[in-house]
Unconditional design. Structure first.
Length: 258
C-alpha cells in the first residue's frame, strides 16, 4: 500500500507569510464573472441559456514571487557562479533526477530559534538515526517553524543551516535539501543582529552562499515533516519551469510504501 504525505503549504492571498513586499495577492474570478468573460470569446452567446446554469469558467489572477509558498531554490538564487566558477543553474536547468530521491528527515526541533547548525550537528544527527547518506538522497530538516505559518513570527522561527553543515551534505552527494522554515539559513533579523555586533560578514546568508563552492538546491517552507519517519520514503519536488528564474514553486510530496 502506498501512502502520500503532502509537504507543501498553500499559497494564500494577504497571508503574513513573507516580508510585506513579497506577500502574494490573488484575484479570484468566480463563475458568474467567468460567464461574462466567455461572452467575449463566443459572440452571440446568451450566457443564461447557453451556459450550464448560466455559469462560466473560474480562474485566478496572481501577483507573487517565485519564492512564494513551498518552493525550490536554484543555485542562481545564491550567486551567479556555483561549484567554484561554473555558471549557476537557474530553475529551468535543474536536472530532473535531482528532484526525486530517497528522503531522510532530521529532527532539529530541539534547537533554539536562530541556532546555527554545524557539520558536527549533521554528523551526530545521522548517527542518531543510524543512517548513512547516499548520493542523491534528499535531506529534510524539521525545525517546527511551520507551526507559525501565516503569523509574523514565522519569519524568525527555526534553526538555520550554516555553511559547513551545508557543504557537509553536498560533499556526500546530496543535491537537494529542505526546511520547514522561511529560509535554509538562520532567520535574517538574527543574522543582521550578529553582523551588527561583530562585523563578521561571513555570517551573512552563509548556508545559501555555500552554493558558490558546491552547487545545490534547497526547498523552503515545507510542512508536515513531523509525520515522516527518519528514512524509508521517497521525496518528489519537481519545480515549475520558469525561464532563467532563481526558484520555482513545487508540490512537495513524500511517498511511503507500507
Amino acid at each position: 500500500m502506498r501512502k502520500f504525505i503532502d509537504l507543501s503549504i498553500s499559497i494564500e492571498s494577504n497571508l503574513r507569510s513573507d516580508p510585506e513586499e513579497m506577500i502574494p495577492q490573488i484575484q479570484y474570478i468566480d463563475h458568474n464573472t467567468g460567464a461574462k468573460q466567455m461572452a467575449d470569446f463566443f459572440p452571440g452567446i446568451d450566457t443564461d441559456k447557453d451556459l450550464p446554469n448560466g455559469k462560466g469558467w473560474a480562474l485566478e489572477l496572481m501577483t507573487l514571487s517565485s519564492h512564494s509558498g513551498t518552493h525550490l531554490d536554484a543555485p542562481w538564487h545564491y550567486h551567479p557562479e556555483m561549484s567554484k566558477g561554473k555558471k549557476a543553474l537557474t530553475i529551468d536547468e535543474i536536472p530532473l533526477e535531482w528532484c526525486m530521491g530517497n528522503g531522510v528527515k532530521l529532527d532539529f526541533r530541539d534547537f533554539d530559534d536562530g541556532y546555527l547548525v554545524t557539520a558536527k550537528d549533521m554528523e551526530d544527527a545521522f548517527k542518531k538515526i543510524e543512517y548513512e547518506l547516499k548520493p542523491g538522497d534528499i535531506v529534510l530538516v524539521n525545525t517546527a517553524a511551520d507551526k507559525y505559518w501565516g503569523k509574523p513570527e514565522y519569519l524568525v522561527k527555526g534553526c538555520g543551516m550554516g555553511k559547513e553543515a551545508t557543504l557537509w551534505l553536498c560533499d556526500k552527494g546530496v543535491h537537494v535539501v529542505g526546511t520547514d522554515a522561511w529560509s535554509w539559513d538562520r532567520p535574517l533579523p538574527m543574522i543582521a543582529k550578529d553582523f551588527k555586533e561583530n562585523g563578521d560578514s561571513s555570517v551573512i546568508w552563509e548556508g545559501h552562499f555555500a552554493g558558490i563552492e558546491h552547487g545545490y538546491c534547497h526547498i523552503e517552507k515545507l510542512t508536515n515533516l513531523e509525520n515522516l519517519p527518519s528514512y524509508g520514503f521517497t521525496v518528489c519536488c519537481f519545480p515549475v519551469k520558469i525561464k532563467e528564474a532563481s526558484a520555482g514553486w513545487i508540490r512537495a510530496v513524500a511517498v511511503i510504501d507500507e
